[in-house]
Design a protein around this ligand. Structure first.
Ligand code: SAM
Length: 282
């Protein structure tokens, strides 16, 4: 009998992947963690029944959430990743020799342990000597920080369960304070398509816009996320993601990427009309 993994993308839409087997399951203090194996997407990490990472399409998310801010400010030295327990963000960041320190604050140590054991494709750089992992709530962690990070990447779960606090105005305000004058905040910004995701996205955008002078949205195609169309937020104290884009310098680094390139960097900020209309604050 065929085995299928199914998740709800809206109350009337379900998304299914044929799987070979379940290779890990655990109810942690914070969430249910599962790792499945499939022909089409390789290994799949789900938290509370929602896909976080698949081996086949994780490169899109992780390249877009890291290389976009890095190509805007190549002097980034100290980075904070909030969430990100699968290690994909950290893996991409470690490719920059100029980054001196990467702090990752992940609420759930069990996610990190499971990914180190079963998904080394994303977790392979978590032992890099520049990486320090804090097992804490990201919301509390940033409260105590001031003028410390050049880049904060919010690689969180959705705005319910443990990730809820990472979409609040208080959190974005503390991120602002934790950033240096050159600081950039990038966050996974949910999707614009199904109503629940779109409402979360609009709320988050409005809150970030009230705090950061620069606040823009960019997009990527991620097949296993709801609707396949995913958004990211780019906010900063001074850098504009297109005007300050260091296209030539980034290309000189010769990083081999599978999704991100400098033409796509420009294109990713050109949003469909219906998304632009959603961003207009009433
Ligand atoms: N790429 C994914 C997505 O958009 O679906 C998210 C990656 S997943 C590894 C996100 C991580 O955020 C999870 O490991 C989860 O434990 C962590 N997380 C959730 N809430 C958190 C919080 N309040 N503080 C720190 N980490 C948190």
């Amino acid at each position: 009998m065929d085995l299928w993994y199914t998740e709800e993308h809206s109350k009337d839409v379900r998304f299914s992947i044929k799987v070979n087997k379940q290779i890990y399951t655990k109810e942690s203090k914070f969430q249910r963690i599962d790792i499945l194996e499939s022909e089409e997407f390789g290994k799949i990490l789900t938290l509370d029944g929602l896909i976080m990472v698949t081996e086949k399409d994780e490169f899109i998310y992780h390249e877009m959430i890291t290389h976009i801010p890095m190509a805007v400010n190549l002097n980034i030295k100290k980075v904070l990743v909030i969430g990100g327990g699968d290690g994909g963000c950290v893996r991409e960041l470690t490719r920059y020799k100029t980054i001196e320190e990467i702090h990752m604050v992940e609420i759930d140590e069990e996610v990190v342990k499971a990914c180190k054991e079963f998904i080394p494709k994303t977790a392979c750089k978590l032992n890099d000597e520049r990486v320090k992992i804090f097992y804490q709530d990201g919301l509390r962690f940033v409260r105590t920080k001031e003028n410390e990070y050049d880049l904060i990447i919010v690689d969180s779960t959705d705005p319910f369960g443990p990730g809820e606090g990472l979409f609040t105005k208080e959190f974005y305000g503390n991120c602002y304070k934790a950033l240096t004058e050159d600081g950039i905040l990038v966050n996974q910004h949910e999707s614009d398509y199904y109503t629940d995701y779109a409402n979360s996205m609009k709320r988050a955008h409005k809150r970030i816009q009230e705090i950061f002078p620069v606040c823009q949205i960019y997009q990527a195609h991620i097949p296993t996320y709801p609707s396949g169309h995913w958004l990211f937020g780019f906010a900063s104290k001074k850098f504009n993601p297109l005007r300050d884009f260091k296209e030539e310098e980034w290309n000189k680094l010769n990083l081999q990427t599978k999704y991100y390139n400098t033409k796509l960097h420009r294109g990713a900020f050109a949003l469909p009309n219906y998304v632009n209309e959603m961003m207009v604050i009433n």
